[in-house]
Ligand binder design. Structure first.
Ligand code: NAG
Ligand code: NAG
Ligand code: NAG
Ligand code: NAG
Ligand code: NAG
Length: 649
């Protein structure tokens, strides 16, 4: 699958950011555009962004500062206390604030929204005051958190017994500060970040390798990731040394030799370490890091992911390919997919020749994360787990995973934090570039201002409802460059790319490749991309007779109203019909002698749904249902045990 040799090219990281990064990245062959160069236009993606931005601009910033100020012995200024995972007695309180910083920074970068910018800079200024009061609070220089520094003594001594994950929270704060520095060019964010990173460095430099490895048994987020990034920003090698201390040997070793040892591990604890490995590869050129990141991605996508692109059950990886046995209410934790998408774009940038990465990115973004947000909620609240049990329902998870949609002040779960980022960076991976090549990876209504080539590209589409997208090139000056368009592996051989309505001589539009259009572009050139969608089955790895149904990239869900299902329904494939004359993704099918309505899973709200069906393993082009042999009847598989809940822990 992998290209045989990877040319190692050293190029300056994106020169467009608020400030220039000072170190070179190894291996990067395609760069993301700075967020200030891309924005969304109206669509479901934009609607998600709007809802999250509304919340971000309304949330009470002083409430979010409460635990920081209280811990650093400053006045909490009469702010109310938060509930949920930011309550003043919650062990890893202040884990979530970093995500608000990331999201405010993305909001400002893409939308130039000064309210988001001002909230970020105010927050960072207040964090600086907390850090400056460390002596009075009895903390070492640079420390910054909502819980006492003594938690780290307990962590290192392995006597921590309250479930705290102290470095997990520190990583979030650092990541938020880094993005405020990067995207808003706020030098206070840089200073607070480097001071906190200095505290991490001093603290970890005192531990032996073995002490450190033992400590890494406690979830620590992406400490290797953010420290490698700080190295790439500053060029100061001490941050790279600190990053490497967080290389978790017991996780990296099997992955380096492409061994799947994930079963039983807490899933979201691992993925950030792999993102860190990818960043450490770019920082060092050490191929072992690249292998860890690639192998982890391949293993997770191929052997641990549901049709919607999410992974894990009850937050844990299960045995390789075990899907059917784990169709439960607590599948597909949101954070894991947020992190898998970050990993995916890192790996794409190393190997932009394959569509594997963005085929997965699209699958997980559309089918998991887009619909993780409640489209009926003006603040864009989210579900922690995305249930895949027959009769599942979004926003109705098990109690320990929230049991409901998130709220303004009483949830603050990990998945609420990562969703703030997801829904403010929906523009960040649509396009990539390298020299005179533009990659069009996602089919999302948007505008790209590609300054280096002096062009603006406007993408207009109703995708994934429609199968066509147009890219209009507004070129101030005539220029030669190449547009590489992802032809997804789910499309048919009838995929086509036309320029100004005409076929391009010699252009290959094979599914699972990038179609390259190299030309001298003129003002007003229009590229039309048509990606015919077929009905597909996505079999459960461990039981091909059970499969999800997808139309093009969109996983479908059956609408069961308020009925509870006690088994996986059997569905007669030959009975599937597209309703509404093709203008919407609405289908009907016959299941157990009754008609069931199916629609996009990402739009399945307020009803009990079904995603996996009992059926034979066979592809079916929906446009020609008659040409397909009738599947033999399959008894609905009993899932009485499987759909019963795991104990709430
Ligand atoms: C970022 O801030 C630095 C320091 O204040 C300044 O020198 C630089 O011009 C700023 N860059 C941008 C793009 O605003
Ligand atoms: C998003 O918000 C903007 C600004 O209020 C508005 O113009 C636009 O129509 C909204 N788009 C969607 C899809 O909700
Ligand atoms: C991009 O351009 C630079 C500078 O001209 C060159 O060194 C590099 O090899 C090019 N990258 C690729 C992937 O062609
Ligand atoms: C970009 O276009 C402007 C005109 O809009 C022109 O003045 C400028 O020279 C162009 N830059 C490049 C690099 O072509
Ligand atoms: C379905 O199950 C839920 C939870 O057990 C219960 O509250 C509800 O009444 C059931 N609905 C029907 C229609 O039986």
């Amino acid at each position: 699958m992998w290209s045989t040799t990877l040319a190692v090219v050293a190029i300056l990281a994106s020169p467009i950011a608020g400030h220039a990064a000072s170190s070179v990245e190894t291996g990067t062959q395609a760069y993301a555009f700075d967020m200030s160069q891309v924005y969304l236009t109206n669509s479901r993606w934009k609607a998600n962004e709007n809802r999250t931005v509304t919340y971000l601009k309304n949330v009470d910033v002083d409430r979010l500062l409460y635990n920081f100020r209280a811990n650093h012995k400053l006045s909490t200024k009469g702010a109310a206390k938060n509930g949920g995972w930011d309550a003043p007695d919650f062990p890893f309180r202040t884990h979530v604030q970093g995500h608000y910083l990331n999201a405010w920074a993305y909001c400002y970068a893409s939308l130039r929204d000064t309210t988001c910018r001002d909230r970020a800079t105010y927050f960072v200024g207040e964090l600086a005051k907390c850090q400056a009061n460390n002596k009075a609070a009895g903390f070492a220089e640079g420390y910054l958190s909502g819980f006492p520094e003594s938690e780290f003594t307990a962590l290192e001594g392995r006597t921590l017994s309250n479930g705290n994950v102290p470095y997990y929270a520190i990583h979030k704060t650092m990541s938020g500060l880094l993005d405020v520095w990067r995207h808003i060019n706020d030098t206070t964010a840089r200073d607070v970040l480097l001071s906190l990173a200095g505290w991490v460095d001093v603290r970890t430099s005192k531990l032996s390798y073995n002490q450190m490895q033992t400590m890494l048994g406690t979830e620590f987020g992406g400490m290797n990731d953010v420290l490698a990034d700080i190295y790439l920003e500053t060029g100061d090698a001490k941050w790279l040394t600190a990053a490497k201390r967080f290389d978790h040997a017991s996780i990296f070793d099997p992955l380096a030799s492409n061994r799947d040892a994930l079963s039983g591990l807490h899933a979201n604890t691992q993925v950030p370490k792999w993102i860190g490995a990818a960043r450490e590869y770019k920082a060092t050129g050490t191929t072992r890091y690249r292998d860890v990141a690639r192998n982890a991605w391949r293993i997770t996508v191929d052997a641990h992911s549901y049709a919607i692109g999410g992974n894990s059950q009850a937050e844990h990886f299960r045995a390789p390919n075990a899907i059917l046995g784990y169709l439960m209410r607590d599948t597909a934790e949101g954070c894991n997919t947020y992190n898998m998408l970050k990993l995916t774009r890192e790996l794409f940038s190393l190997d932009p020749g394959t569509t594997d990465y963005f085929d997965f990115y699209e699958r997980a973004l559309i089918n998991h994360l887009l619909g993780q947000q409640n489209a009926a909620d003006s603040h864009g609240h989210i579900t922690y787990f995305t249930s895949l049990n027959p009769g599942g329902r979004k926003g109705v998870g098990p109690a320990w995973g929230g049991g409901t949609w998130s709220t303004d002040y009483n949830s603050f779960w990990c998945c609420q934090g990562t969703a703030l980022e997801t829904n403010t960076k929906l523009m960040d991976s649509i396009y990539f570039y390298e020299n005179k090549t533009l990659y069009v990876n996602l089919f999302t209504p948007s505008v790209l201002k590609w300054a280096e080539q002096n062009v603006t590209i406007t993408q207009a589409t109703t995708f994934p409802v429609g199968d066509t997208t147009t890219l209009t090139v507004d070129a101030a000056t005539k220029g030669e460059w190449t547009m590489r368009i992802r032809i997804p592996s789910w499309t048919s051989s009838a995929a086509e790319v036309k320029v100004n309505g005409e076929s391009v001589t010699g252009l290959v539009t094979k599914p699972g490749t990038y179609a390259s259009v190299a030309r001298s572009w003129s003002q007003g050139d229009v590229v039309t991309v048509k990606l015919p969608m077929l009905l597909r089955v996505v079999p459960a790895n461990d039981k091909p007779d059970v499969a999800a149904l997808a139309y093009g990239p969109v996983v479908l869900a059956g609408n069961y109203g308020s009925s509870n299902l006690t088994s996986i329904p059997a569905l007669t494939l030959g009975s599937l019909r597209r309703a509404s004359g093709g203008s919407a993704l609405e289908f009907t099918a016959s299941s157990g002698g009754k008609t069931v309505n199916l629609g996009p899973f990402f739009e399945a709200y307020n009803y009990n749904y079904n995603v996996y069906w009992a059926r034979p393993h066979r592809a079916l082009p929906i446009t020609k249902p008659k040409s397909v042999a009738k599947p033999p009847p399959i008894r609905a598989l009993s899932t009485a045990k499987r759909v019963s809940q795991t104990a709430d822990t």
